[in-house]
Design a protein around this ligand. Structure first.
Ligand SMILES: *Cc1c(COP(=O)(O)O)cnc(C)c1O
Length: 354
């Protein structure tokens, strides 16, 4: 072998909004302390569920833990399909499937989950500048529409849903389960957990420990709602979605608030760096409340993403998503990583302009 060949450095991952700084060291300690009989026993679900209920400040019975929030999104679609198949209206209406409503541009998993559960999908297109299309959503409700996926703040735009919109929609369609995906709520500081969830039994909050807490590889998520809203979910859910590693890691991650606070503070600073970069280059961007920024680099978006990968920096081409022509999405997490990503982007843009 040629001894001048160096092992390629691992790529800088700014494409999936993970915590690129890693999890809390306390998580690794917790994983190391797992014993052989811990591994050979089914995990203590009551204990970890109670801890997560305390963490989110909700009563007993309000949390259902999932193998990543992705599983929670799946379960919501399955529960909707099951309820519809048992419903007389399904028979009398012929063999029409129930509908899942998705407000675009959206996280891809909603459509994947709907498809897996045999639901048809209705897409609601964005308004100019991705203003939340509340009237169009309200018009789309029907007896067939059994689940609506919302994301606050949204992925890939980073924009929040305006105050009052979720409450208005929940009140307008009590028969539709509204899943509010709060994967980035640690960064935005806003949540439906609290009075909104208490008032609306058709609302389910989705949370993940993959982003701000840095547990992406361990797969830990939660659905949070009134026990009546979780009952249909529990009917389609497997009994043990979290393994012992995820359980121990989650206890440790929730206990280390400082690690999360630092991630949130770094993200705020990184967003500022990316926004300044966009202003210097005249790129249109959307003010994000999450740990990423969507911005428009123009018709060469796909090429920019490819050239960045060649420099060891992964970013996300979002240009084929509704309303996102020419747009890329870049994770805004650890400040040093953002700086490295932007330096590479500066080079790539210079090379394209030569
Ligand atoms: C990352 C992400 C998730 C996935 O969370 P996991 O816990 O890793 O499955 C869910 N929803 C949105 C909007 C995300 O960006």
């Amino acid at each position: 072998m040629d001894n001048t060949t160096r092992a390629a450095e691992p790529a800088l991952r700014l494409h999936l909004n993970e915590h690129t700084g890693g999890c809390s060291p306390a998580v690794i300690e917790a994983l190391r302390s797992i014993t052989p009989t811990d591994v050979s026993s089914y995990p203590d679900y009551a204990g970890i569920t109670a801890s997560v209920e305390r963490y989110f400040g909700v009563d007993q019975g309000w949390v259902h833990l999932t193998n990543g929030l992705d599983e929670g999104l799946h379960l919501a679609a399955q529960a909707a399909a099951l309820a519809w198949s048992r419903d007389d209206r399904a028979g009398s209406g012929g063999s029409r499937a129930a509908l899942a409503m998705v407000v675009t541009p959206a996280f891809e998993m909603y459509e994947a989950s709907a498809a897996a559960a045999g639901l048809d999908v209705v897409r609601i297109d964005p308004e100019p500048e991705f203003r939340f299309p509340i009237e169009a959503v309200a018009r789309t409700f029907s007896t067939r529409a059994r689940v609506l996926y919302l994301t606050d703040p949204n992925n890939p735009t980073g924009l929040g849903i305006p105050d009052g919109a979720i409450a208005a929609l929940a009140a307008a369609a009590p028969e539709t389960t509204i899943v509010v995906d709060e994967a980035y709520a640690d960064f935005s500081g806003r949540t439906v957990i609290g009075p909104l969830l208490e008032r609306h039994r058709n609302l389910i909050a989705g949370r993940t420990f993959a982003k701000a807490h840095g547990l992406a590889a361990l797969r830990v998520g939660a659905l949070i709602a009134h026990p009546d809203a979780l009952a249909p979910i529990r009917r389609v859910a497997p009994p043990f979605s979290l393994n012992i590693g995820a359980v121990r890691a989650l206890e440790a991650a929730m206990a280390d608030r400082r690690h999360v606070d630092q991630a949130v503070a770094q993200s705020r600073e990184s967003r500022r760096l990316i926004e300044d970069f966009c202003r210097r280059h005249g790129f249109h961007f959307w003010p994000s409340e999450a740990n990423f920024v969507l911005f428009r680099v123009g018709h060469r978006a796909a090429e920019v993403v490819r050239l960045m990968a060649g420099r060891g920096v992964l970013i996300r081409d979002r240009s084929t998503q509704p309303g996102c022509a020419g747009c890329i999405r870049v994770t805004a997490g650890v400040v040093a990583h953002t700086a490295r990503g932007l330096a590479a982007l500066e080079d790539v843009l210079a090379s394209l302009n030569r």
